[in-house]
Design a protein around this ligand. Sequence first.
Ligand code: AKG
Ligand code: FE2
Length: 372
Amino acid sequence: MNPVSETYVSNHPQPNHIFPLDFESVQDVVPDSHTWNSPLNMFNIDESSKHVIRSVALPVIDLDDPNALELLGDACQTWGVFQVMNHGVPLNLIKNIESESRRLFSLPTEQKLKAVRLPGEVSGYGLAHISKFFPKKMWSESFCILGSPVEQARKLWPDQDEADYSKFCEVIEEYRNEMKKLSERLMCLMLSSLGINTEDPNWTGSSSTGEQKDTLSLLQLNSYPVCPDPNRAMGLGPHTDSPFFTVVHQTGPGLHVHRNQVGWVEVPPLQNALTIHIGDLFTVLSNGRFMSCVHRAAVNQTRHRLSVVYLHGPPMDVKVSPLMKLVDPDHPPLYRSVTWKEFLDIKAKNFDKALDQLIQTVELGEDGKYIA
Ligand SMILES: O=C(O)CCC(=O)C(=O)O
Ligand SMILES: [Fe+2]
């Protein structure tokens, strides 16, 4: 079994955390199961104000800018989120993934349910994986793709022309390839901003079996149907992403990021920009220099919103630890090492406190090395 699937199986997701609301049948009331009215008390966020800030400018980085490296390093250390322009992903490919996602989510509910994610599986249609951490259901549906999309696509478009599902699969594969290229470029830039030379092939550590493996790439398509009462519903609850980072394309406003002392800030849907969220494993790797960014998705009353999220992480069984170059007598290693697979287990049990579980106290030994 795939190691990501193993993690999901061992954490027993319940079917009620998989099935989205049948949005086709919703009239003009948000059902109680989807009404978010009590404070969540997560991530130490002060929820006394519901106000979303639109006047604070998030970092926008043109990758062709000669100062891109510096700007990017600064954005990762202050915000943990930024937008990139001139990222090299063909704009027609972004339009194509948008229209393929729209085609998928506009299928009749019963058709989408044919590709439902089974308990313990990663790929398929359903509520986002984080659903189980919240007391109320989210106003969204998602489609997660790990590995080949063919099997799921055949379930969605079974009786028709092969062109129906093969177009979907082609676009998914092409988009994922472009995301992989962009992510590798961003990873190099982010590490360079920390003074790390990525030409050293061992910078991420080695897998437990000693072999070099491919980084894992996961794609998640999210759909946020129009909502009769957006102030009482939540598209996607507050969370941090687990991998090194995620690359998000959104079709309209709705993404909010949280910054301490500032509050919830809207990420504007800039034309031709992609949004990058620093994830938990980068916090570990950078020894706390880059902090993962808490974000959520709101819904609205008039526009069906979509987002496409690419998760860029290390191979599942590679140990991620604070980079040696970022550790010195003034900066002890804050986190113990962890693989992505182990971290998903920790997150499944501790959600917003997952990173805290990795914090370690160390002492400097006589040989100048830290002892946990
Ligand atoms: O829809 C969005 O803009 C955000 C989606 C997201 O955060 C996620 O899928 O992890
Ligand atoms: Fe996210």
